[in-house]
Design a protein around this ligand. Structure first.
Ligand code: J2J
Length: 548
């Protein structure tokens, strides 16, 4: 076998044996699996791409053929096993084809989100020493070829820019050199298949190595939890380069079940509900801010959504009140998903009682997911108490890619990933997310949980969205700032004094009250649509410095 990708931390032999013996890890590669699926599902529709007004679809056999042709072309360009390639494509057929084609070459796609821009892309290309960068010609009014030119000028490792659509000065994906038909050497199931981007909103994003067999297990087990069959039509509303719509169960899980994936150009309800009707969609996945919009629009939208059976929601905490509105508004079951690109996935199960579906973020996917809830010293908290979630298991990374110093503090010596998430665990194993360790604001020694305060503020009728932040303060270290978006029928903004009275009524401790209230028309979002607190803090910090 060829040496493994450098910078990848393998599982220790004993655990690897266990994961193999338990049947989680199999001798399969993602590129090879597509071949198996094509042999099984042939002419059935695999992927449908929706652009404005038109749909293009590929059967399993057509997809498999396109992937082989593209893989041969990539090889002819000189892209070899273990080469990293930054893929920066929106929800299009080319994403799916290029993704599998790279896997078949044994090359490693680095999956950037469409919303990423120069600083992130330069970081991914430099850190991974990528040899190629794949972009659309333009998307949502942004010219990606210009971005590619800027990145190429600064990244000596980059040999190719490949463009989906009009290539400009670069190479068109549909005009790759004709490669030889000679079969490619198979990748090893234990090799790194893909590098995902970490979702953490502090510091530079990290690269997460996922191997063929761990990611295949991730997708297959997720498909089982969602009871996917070949009758399912999954709408990829979120950017499919993200772990959630890619493999939880997402694109990979749906193809493994023989179903159909519809690639939506946008997660918005006006686009999504139209596609639900047109393609008889059965399952989709959203982040909470989008759920709010879907529920609101569904109140008057007349598209037929009777096919929809399951809405998966994850990426940030789903408010209990909103959770309860999903089934009445959309007529489908809710599944909460607490996942991370690093690995561990928690799902509420289809047959869980309502209290667990509304009030928890699910329980671990695998019987071999190990979960520890620990205090500041790393000691287990009492059952039901809040602590930091540490985890290891058959699809959770053992180290980020090429950041040994960071890994030394992000993992325990026995290989648990310190997630930074604060959770409590119920006797059933279900987890309730109580915030982030770094999302606890320290005001003069008093700890204010942003998540808790957010939950209370959201209960205020005038508030539609909220982000609670700590802003630096010379006297007390940090001050508590609530940034809110008003409900459409709110009239005027509540005063800070009124909010305090409201919180007093709810029995909240005095030290939890916000010091500052900022009203915004909208909150900035990350690439996958979560509220971007880092950007909010940066904006508010710069602003206050200017004033002083
Ligand atoms: C609270 N916080 C959550 C939830 C993720 C499925 C779903 C989501 C992601 C994802 C994913 C949360 N409630 N339900 O990869 O496959 C926060 C946690 C977590 C971080 C991971 C998937 N679901 N979170 O969001 O890698 O803080 O993955 O550690 O982007 O999002 O972010 P990311």
């Amino acid at each position: 076998a060829m040496p493994a990708l450098d910078g990848f931390t393998p599982w220790p032999g004993e655990l690897a044996d266990h994961y193999r013996n338990a049947g989680h890890w199999r001798d399969e590669t993602l590129g090879g699996l597509l071949r198996t699926w094509a042999a099984r599902s042939g002419d059935a529709p695999a992927v449908v791409a929706e652009n404005v007004g038109s749909a293009r679809r590929l059967s399993y056999a057509e997809l498999d053929g396109r992937v082989d042709a593209t893989a041969a072309g990539l090889r002819a360009l000189g892209i070899a096993a273990r080469d990293r390639v930054v893929v920066h494509l929106p929800n299009t057929l080319d994403f799916v084809v290029v993704f599998f084609a790279l896997l078949r070459c044994g090359a490693v796609p680095v999956l950037a989100l469409p919303a990423h821009r120069q600083s992130e892309i330069e970081h991914f290309v430099t850190l991974s020493e990528a040899v190629a960068y794949v972009v659309p010609d333009e998307h949502e009014g942004f010219d990606f070829r210009g971005l590619a030119a800027d990145v190429a000028a600064k990244a000596p490792s980059l040999r190719h820019v490949l463009v989906s659509g009009d290539p400009g000065p670069f190479t068109a994906l549909d005009a790759l050199p004709a490669g030889s038909a000679e079969p490619l050497p198979e990748a090893d199931p234990g090799d790194v298949a893909v590098l995902l981007i970490s979702g953490g909103t502090t510091g530079k994003p990290k690269l997460i190595p996922r191997t063929h067999r761990d990611y295949a297990y991730n997708a297959r087990a997720s498909a089982e939890v969602c009871a996917l069959t070949s009758d399912d039509v999954y709408l990829a509303s979120l950017p499919v380069a993200h772990n959630f719509p890619l493999a939880c169960p997402g694109l990979l899980g749906v193809l493994g079940a023989g179903g159909t994936v519809v690639l939506s150009p946008s997660p918005s309800p006006d686009v999504g509900l139209r596609l639900v009707e047109r393609h008889r969609v059965t399952v989709t996945a959203l982040v909470p801010p989008m759920v709010r919009m879907w529920v609101d629009v569904a109140a008057w939208d007349t598209h037929d959504r009777s096919s929809l059976r399951l809405l998966q929601v994850g990426g940030a905490k789903l408010d209990d009140g909103l959770a309860r509105q999903v089934t009445p508004a959309l007529g489908c079951r809710l599944q909460q998903v607490f996942g991370m690109a690093e690995g561990l996935l928690n799902y509420t199960r289809l047959d869980d009682p309502d209290e667990l579906v509304f009030g928890t973020q699910g329980r671990p996917l695998s019987p071999d997911d190990e979960v520890r809830v620990v205090d500041e010293n790393g000691d287990p908290v009492a059952p039901g108490e809040v602590g930091e979630l540490w985890t290891r298991g058959p699809y959770t990374l053992r180290g980020y890619y090429r950041v040994p110093e960071y890994n030394a503090t992000s993992f325990t010596p026995d290989g648990f990933y310190r997630s930074g998430d604060l959770v409590r665990q119920l006797p059933s194993g279900h987890l309730v997310v109580e915030g982030r360790r770094k999302d606890v604001i320290n005001r003069g020694g008093e700890n204010v949980s942003a998540a808790t305060l957010e939950e209370h503020l959201l209960a205020h009728p005038a508030i539609a969205q909220v982000a609670v932040l700590g802003l630096p303060d010379d006297s007390v270290g940090e001050r508590v700032c609530a940034v809110v978006v008003l409900a459409p029928d709110a009239g005027r903004a509540p005063k800070l004094k009124e909010l305090r009275a409201f919180l007093i009524d709810r029995g909240l401790a005095r030290f939890m009250y916000p010091d500052r209230l900022v009203v915004r028309d909208a909150l900035p979002l990350t690439g996958v649509g979560k509220i971007n607190k880092r950007e909010l803090v940066a904006g508010l910090t710069a602003g206050s410095q200017e004033k002083e």
